[in-house]
Design a protein. Structure first.
Length: 240
C-alpha cells in the first residue's frame, strides 16, 4: 500500500483544482460579456456551470469517499467507468451552446493559454512520485510528457495573438495535446492493480480512487480535454 500524500502537496492539488474551476467560471462570464449578453443570461450561464461542475465533483468525491472507486477487480474498474462517463459528458458539453459561446466569445490565444495549468499538475505528480505515492511512469521522469504541452501553451498563445501561427499549426499542436492526454490515461490505467495492469513496478496507481485525488482524472483531465475541444471549435470558426 503506497503511503498517503503529504498535507502540503494535497493542499496544493486542491488549490489547483478550485483555481482552474474558478478560471473556467471567470472565462464563462468574460465570454458572455464579449458576446454582448445581458447580465441575466450571464448569471444563468455561470449558475448552470456551477451546478454541473458541483454535481460532478460531489458524485466523484462521494464514490471515492465510499470506497467504491477503490475496487480494481473488475474491468473496467469503477474509476474507469467514471472516467468514460466524464469523457462523454465533456465532449457533449463542448458541442453545446455553452461550448460555442466559449469558443466564440474568448480569444483563441486565451483558450490555448488555458492549458498552462498542466505544468503545476505535472509538478504535483512528480512530487507524489518522490513521496512514493505514484509510479515513475506517471511522471515526466518516466513516460508522461504532458508537461511539455503545458509549457508550450504560453508561447503558442503569444504567437497566435500576434498572428504569427497559422491555423494548421494550431491544429497540430492541439492534436498533440490530445495525444498526450490519451497517453497519460493509458499509462495511468496500465499502472492500476486491475486485470490489465502492465507496469508491475511499485507503487501501484490507486491514488486516483481516493479523496481528493479522484479529481485528478475527473476534473483536471476533463478541463484539459474541454480546453482542447474548444480550441478546435475556435479554429474551425476562423478565430485567431
Amino acid at each position: 500500500m503506497p503511503p498517503a500524500p503529504s498535507l502540503p502537496i494535497t493542499i496544493a492539488f486542491v488549490a489547483l483544482v478550485f483555481a482552474m474551476i474558478g478560471l473556467l467560471l471567470g472565462a464563462t462570464a468574460w465570454a458572455s460579456k464579449r458576446l454582448g449578453e445581458g447580465s441575466a443570461e450571464r448569471r444563468q450561464r455561470i449558475t448552470g456551470a456551477v451546478m454541473v461542475i458541483g454535481l460532478w465533483m460531489i458524485v466523484s468525491s462521494g464514490l471515492a469517499g465510499a470506497g467504491i472507486l477503490a475496487n480494481f477487480t473488475s474491468f473496467p474498474p469503477p474509476i474507469g467507468r467514471l472516467l468514460i462517463a466524464g469523457l462523454v459528458m465533456t465532449t457533449i458539453a463542448a458541442a453545446t451552446r455553452v461550448g460555442r459561446a466559449l469558443a466564440t466569445g474568448l480569444p483563441l490565444a486565451a483558450l490555448i493559454g488555458f492549458q498552462v495549468f498542466r505544468v503545476p499538475a505535472e509538478l504535483i505528480l512528480d512530487e507524489l512520485y518522490r513521496e512514493g505515492v505514484v509510479p515513475v511512469q506517471m511522471t515526466f521522469e518516466g513516460l508522461n510528457f504532458d508537461i511539455a504541452l503545458g509549457a508550450s501553451a504560453p508561447l503558442v498563445a503569444w504567437l497566435v495573438a500576434r498572428g504569427k501561427m497559422p491555423r494548421w499549426a494550431v491544429r497540430v499542436w492541439n492534436f498533440a495535446g490530445l495525444g498526450l492526454l490519451a497517453a497519460v490515461v493509458t499509462i495511468a490505467s496500465l499502472s492500476m492493480p486491475s486485470p490489465i495492469r502492465l507496469f508491475m513496478n511499485e507503487p501501484t496507481n490507486i491514488i486516483v480512487a481516493s479523496l481528493p485525488w479522484a479529481w485528478l482524472p475527473t476534473v483536471l483531465l476533463m478541463l484539459a480535454l474541454f480546453g482542447h475541444l474548444l480550441v478546435f471549435r475556435a479554429v474551425d470558426r476562423g478565430g485567431e
